[in-house]
Ligand binder design. Structure first.
Ligand code: GNR
Ligand code: NI
Length: 174
């Protein structure tokens, strides 16, 4: 298992649309394990493959609370089959936009179809933080970031700040 470097805003890689996985083989299982290790190291509660530069439709999540046992979950080729009318608002963050947080409103509950780490087809209903995190990660698979759900003014401020920081990093050649 390997901790991979995270892709950070405004890297255009984050805007790529990820492609479905054709089969769940050992290479996919290794990718899932690397993603989990990278997520736990960060630390974060979710990670999409594009955040480590792999444009494939796979994401990992662990929404277990501090002090609870680890509960890693792998979702391959996830599809949202339905979303509730009622919404919930969470303060979201993203490992690709470090130290920036904003409130985002999304459907409170979703129905999801996906393949698990063993390649078995599954269906589940999610609500609460898991539903929010799944929608945040599935957005990543489509090149969408949580800042796309906030005001244009706030988004432009964040993008400008991260663009300046990236230029500084580049000129210092680190
Ligand atoms: O670690 C993360 N926390 C989080 C909090 C609220 C809503 C979504 C998230 S996902 C984020 C990790 C991440 O960037 N996943 O793509
Ligand atoms: Ni994210």
């Amino acid at each position: 298992m390997t901790i991979k470097p995270l892709i950070i805003l405004p890297d255009p890689v984050l805007r790529q649309v990820s492609a479905p996985l054709e089969r769940v083989d050992d290479a996919v299982k290794r990718l899932a394990d690397d993603m989990l290790e990278t997520m736990y190291d960060a630390p974060g509660i979710g990670l999409a493959a594009i955040q480590i530069g792999v444009p494939r439709r796979i994401l990992v999540i662990d929404v277990a609370k501090e002090g609870e046992e680890k509960a890693p979950q792998v979702f391959i080729n996830p599809e949202i089959l339905g979303a509730s009318e009622d919404r919930s608002t969470y303060e979201e963050g993203c490992l690709s936009i470090p130290d920036y947080y904003a409130e985002v409103e999304r459907p409170a509950a979703i129905t999801l179809r996906y393949l698990d780490r063993d390649g078995a087809e599954r269906q589940m209903e999610a609500d609460g933080l898991l539903a929010t995190c799944l929608q945040h990660e599935i957005d990543h698979l489509n090149g969408v970031l949580f800042i796309d759900h906030i005001s244009k003014l706030k988004r432009e401020m964040v993008v400008r700040k991260f663009t300046k920081a990236a230029k500084l990093r580049g000129s210092k050649a680190i």
